[in-house]
Design a binder for this molecule. Structure first.
Ligand code: XMP
Length: 524
């Protein structure tokens, strides 16, 4: 892709992917590279601008991540953020020291609006600070362009050389003018035209896929999740019948989900591809019978998927390409791109099948963030309910049924979950209609799970001894931490009433209040 590009050099900070996303929101394409990437490689990419991220270290400590001074002599605009700003000063002859007052959180800041970095930004605004060190002396040529009560250099510039530093984090939402500042840098100072758009991405990809695949055959494991569905739609547009999608229904999907996927991608759908649905429910239930240990369950579900997929692939015979829905955060998190530490690795059903006969893997979405994948999906005509689906784990309801799995329990959790989602969505739509905005309690992920607990109840005049369902709803930005959402009590009551009335075998409903950490979002 011959695309204007900004490069983010990663020093290990927690918001680094956010920096890249914000830049792309300015319609400027951007990629993340580790600070270990040699300068020659950076130069060869011909960047229009470079951003140095935050990081957990102190730049004056021995062994702290650094970069060659040459970076600042390329004539390419550089913006340092937090650690990046300090490092720029440290390398160019300024001084960075431990601060007496460590600023953390929302902080009022005064900015010099004559600086191109702060064009259109009000003189008094709020910024998100998070640092132990501060810039005590500026490097030659630099002037301070922002300050807070405790920080004389909250931002600095060397205008002639187009070098800028910001001590705070413009990339987080707590800095309300942050996006304007990044916009000023990439569009104003770097002069990017802003031609990165999803429609052009889709067009370019279609062309490139056609060139690469030629008349070859492509195989894709379609899960019905956002990434694999968008990939299926993209490949369908590019190569039509040369694509075969194998969709394994493992019997651990949400209610009606298998049929929904088939309605979109199957014979009666809008795409002219080969679609194979494998109904493997019974096979999974047999393999999972009596297995209660969460990791064992995950492993069996994953292994069985590979087996089913391989069997189907054998029927299809040799294919030229195996398509995978890898997206940019997967690439960065696996350590191929940036520096951030992998906190938890999740497995989608699958992994790489060993015995599928293919020449090469293609990953057309590997440069996109999740929100961009969604935009591409809409661009390709996929329905909104699919494109904006909640995250759903690869092992599916298998990890939302505590203990062993049976078809009966799957039915209970599917039906309860369906009611719960219906009621949340109904209440959210009502709120929006009434107030014109999204409900403040609207969760980012919500689902029902089946506890392995049975308890006594009374229904009519009868004693019952049935299962308890737990409903969960969390608010989260990155799924690494989460809090229980403040769902209105009357919504929960309706959910409870409906579940107990409509779902046979359930006589109790709990609301899960646990945050992450210490809990995880899923139960297993
Ligand atoms: P946890 O339970 O780790 O979940 O707090 C965090 C997010 O990841 C999803 N999740 C998974 N996604 N394969 C996936 O693709 C998995 O094995 C898996 N386990 C959890 C979970 O739904 C939540 O959004």
């Amino acid at each position: 892709m011959n695309q204007e590009k900004v490069i983010v050099i990663d020093f290990g900070g927690q918001y680094n992917q956010l920096v890249a996303r914000r830049v792309r929101e300015c319609n400027v394409y951007c990629e993340i590279y580790s600070y270990r990437t040699p300068i020659e490689q950076i130069k060869a990419m011909n960047p229009k601008g470079i951003i140095l991220t935050g990081g957990p270290n102190s730049c004056y400590e021995e062994g702290a991540p650094s970069y060659t001074k040459e970076l600042f002599e390329l004539g390419v605009p550089v913006l340092g953020l937090c650690y990046g700003a300090q490092l720029m000063q440290h390398i160019l002859g300024g001084r960075v020291e431990r601060a007496d007052v460590q600023e953390y959180g929302k902080t009022p800041v005064t900015v010099n609006t004559a600086s191109p970095l702060f064009a259109q930004v009000p003189e008094e605004t709020i910024c998100w600070m998070s640092h132990f060190d501060y810039i005590s002396k500026l490097a030659p040529g630099f002037v301070s362009i922002a300050h807070t009560k405790d920080c004389p250099v909250a931002a600095a510039e060397y205008k002639e050389k187009k070098l800028f530093g910001i001590q705070f984090h413009p990339e987080v939402l707590h800095t309300p003018e942050g996006t304007s500042m990044l916009f000023n840098f990439v569009r104003g100072i770097c002069g990017c035209s802003g031609n990165w758009r999803m429609d052009s991405f889709v067009e370019t990809q279609i062309r490139e896929i056609r060139e690469k695949v030629g008349s070859g055959k492509v195989l894709l494991a379609l899960s019905g999740g956002v990434d694999s569905s968008v990939l299926a739609a993209l490949l369908a547009k590019a190569i039509g019948k040369q694509l075969t999608c194998v969709f394994v229904d493992h019997g651990l999907l949400r209610k009606n989900e298998g049929d929904e996927v088939e309605a979109i991608f199957g014979k009666k759908g809008n795409f002219d591809i080969n679609f194979v649905r494998v109904n493997a429910q019974d096979r999974y239930y047999i393999r999972l019978a009596g297995e209660a240990e969460p990791e064992r369950k995950r492993k069996i579900i994953g292994e069985e998927f590979i087996r089913v997929f391989e069997e189907e692939a054998k029927k299809i015979g040799k294919v030229d390409f195996l398509a995978q829905g890898t997206i940019y955060p997967d690439v960065v998190e696996s350590g191929l791109g940036g520096e951030s530490v992998v906190i938890k690795s999740h497995h989608n059903v699958g992994g790489l099948p060993e015995y599928v006969d293919f020449k090469e893997i293609i990953e057309p979405l590997r440069n996109l963030f999740k929100d961009e994948v969604r935009k591409a999906g809409l661009e390709l005509g996929l329905p909104e309910f699919l494109v904006f689906r909640q995250p759903f784990p690869g092992p599916g309801l298998g990890i939302r049924i505590i203990g062993d799995i049976t078809a009966e329990k799957v039915r209970m959790v599917q039906d309860s979950d369906y009611i719960y989602r219906q009621e949340i969505e109904r209440a959210a739509a009502e709120y929006k209609k009434e107030h014109g905005t999204t409900a403040p309690w609207m969760p980012d992920q919500y689902f029902a799970a089946l506890t392995n607990m049975r308890s006594v109840g009374v229904m009519g005049d009868e004693r019952t001894y049935d299962y308890a369902v737990a409903v969960r709803a969390v608010r989260t930005i990155d799924f690494m931490t989460a809090e229980a959402a403040d769902i209105p009590f009357e919504v929960l009551q309706t959910v409870m009433n409906r579940i107990i009335k409509e779902v046979r075998g359930v006589n109790r409903v709990f609301y899960d209040l646990t945050s992450k950490p210490p809990g995880t979002i899923e139960m297993e």
